[in-house]
Design a protein around this ligand. Sequence first.
Ligand SMILES: Nc1ncnc2c1ncn2[C@@H]1O[C@H](COP(=O)(O)OP(=O)(O)OP(=O)(O)O)[C@@H](O)[C@H]1O
Length: 263
Amino acid sequence: MGDIIIRNLAKEYVNHRILPRVKLNKGAASGDRVLVLDSIDLDFKDGELVCLLGPSGCGKSTLLRILAGFEFYSGFISIDGKQVQGPSPDHIFVFQHNALLPWMTVRENVSLGIRHLKKKQRNARIREYIEMVELEGFEDHYPHHLSGGMLRRAELARALVVNPETLFMDEPFTGLDFLAHMKMREEVVNMHEFIGKTIIMVTHDIDDALIMGDRIVILSGRPAHVKLTQKLDFSRPRDFRNQPELNKLRNEIFLMLGVNYAV
Ligand SMILES: Nc1ncnc2c1ncn2[C@@H]1O[C@H](COP(=O)(O)OP(=O)(O)OP(=O)(O)O)[C@@H](O)[C@H]1O
């Protein structure tokens, strides 16, 4: 289960670095406070694929890190009925940039989260997930031998092999070329349909959000509040040319995010 409830969430950073060191030493001030998230209320259903959009620097990654238990916050968040108070093995984070360990092969990287399993069971799981992301034959390769798309797929396998209830993805397609991006997008949608886990994904790409999401959430500029939360009931595979309502929504979202003409 991966129901997520967020109530009255706020996040404030204290930025010490902009104060002169001498002031800090005298203890005259504790730093500038930056309110990043304010009064956020959201509900995500178990198994939903939710895409978070918003202007650069508004706090999308901050919200994702809070959900994954990496940041303190004020307000209330629960996942599957349990209040978020820190990281959990049930909630896996896929980072924006390659986070595979360079001194380990694909197989070793994928096995990281399941080292507690017996060898036979562990090997079967590794095989299953390497097949799922179509990396058969590359098990013994090191990350520097893989293309950008293969690295992202290996990361997905490493995240999924632990069978997490919830997956948090921070711009998972960063750095991929056009074709690899399209392929990965399709793979994540297929994988989501297959495994049915809750996925929360931060993206800059409005098209990714509309093609992939069961729901989109748009945050405002800082301090971010929820500007729009909308369920996407469009059939799949989605196509802007053949689904006029989807295309209309696309134009509205571009406008909402400050772009007058979507191309
Ligand atoms: N550890 C931190 N300390 C202080 N300020 C921070 C910290 N982390 C993030 N911020 C600030 O919080 C704000 C939101 O950052 P965040 O990375 O969440 O935005 P974002 O919407 O994901 O940005 P982008 O779309 O550009 O990746 C930014 O102004 C950033 O400078």
